[in-house]
Design a protein around this ligand. Structure first.
Ligand code: NAP
Length: 253
């Protein structure tokens, strides 16, 4: 029995596709055969990405979406369903991260990170999940972090949001699996992207990261894409409610 990792013909709605992990992930998903519904606030970036995917022979459409706005989530899900006829996979990747000392966090910073990382993620899962439950099949993959599994200094709000993502993943997995919808999370270690570049380009910060990272180097977008493709593919069909760590062993200690 050969496991099937192909996403041929699968309609994937991907949030946070305009840069970083989402941008590279979109191309990797298209390479695995998926049709992409690309979502983020920066429409020009999504249009450029869609053009790149089409030039490589794939299928992609951009959708403006601020995940803090429930009405926009609803409209984006309806538009994807209208354009593609269904939603097979939702990758809830939009997210914010930054270093903040706990004693300095403001209410506005707390609200923004929670609104994007946790509340927005939940309501995207709810809106796409309703479509999937009606279809009788679907996969939801939430982008978490190792910071949702272990504490990381100066990440109080981020860790709380990603810990919330991990438990939301498990609850949705329990509620929806019998109706054909699996829900999992991918939890990467530090990945070099525009969102982390400023910190990882600082040699002192990078040394602090690598001191705690058994594998000795930060991760790549390809490492994250491999986990997402596995969970979205037929090969990942039995996996439900798991948080798949792609962390080079960070949480093994
Ligand atoms: P990034 O480079 O900062 O990109 C973030 C993405 O999220 C962008 O496409 C951004 O698009 C989108 N986004 C932000 N706010 C949004 C909003 N209100 N509505 C809709 N989209 C929004 O981040 P990244 O490093 O690629 O991270 C992607 C995901 O992986 C996040 O969930 C992050 O927590 C997680 N993660 C990252 C790392 C890492 O080291 N990079 C490690 C573990 C987990 P617009 O600005 O165009 O809206």
């Amino acid at each position: 029995m050969q496991p099937n990792f192909s996403l041929a013909g699968q309609v994937v709605m991907l949030t946070g596709a305009s840069q970083g992990i989402g941008y590279g992930l979109a191309k990797a998903l298209a390479g695995a055969g998926a049709k992409l519904a690309l979502c983020a606030r920066s429409l020009p970036a999504l249009e450029g990405l869609a053009a790149e995917i089409r030039a490589a022979g794939g299928e992609a459409q951009p959708y403006a979406l601020d995940v803090r706005d429930l009405a926009q989530i609803q409209s984006a899900v309806q538009a994807v369903q209208r354009d593609f006829g269904r939603i097979d996979v939702l990758v809830n990747n939009a997210g914010l991260g930054s270093n903040q000392k706990a004693e300095e966090v403001t209410e506005a910073e707390w609200d923004e990170m929670m609104d994007v990382n946790l509340k927005g993620l939940f309501f995207c899962a709810q809106a796409a999940g309703r479509v999937m439950l009606a279809q009788g099949h679907g996969r939801i993959i939430n982008m978490s972090s190792q910071a949702g599994v272990v504490g990381i200094r100066e990440h109080a709000v981020y860790s709380a949001s990603k810990g919330g993502v991990n438990l939301l993943t498990k609850v949705l997995a329990l509620e929806w699996a019998a109706r054909g919808v699996t829900v999992n999370a991918v939890a990467p270690t530090f990945i070099y992207t525009p969102g982390t570049a400023e910190r990882l380009d600082n040699p002192d910060y990078l040394r602090g990261v690598l001191d705690r990272l058994p594998i000795g180097h930060v991760g790549t977008i390809a490492d994250v894409a491999a986990a997402v493709i596995y969970l979205a593919s037929p090969a990942g069909g039995m996996v439900n409610g798991t948080v798949l760590l792609v962390d080079g062993g960070w949480t093994a200690q």
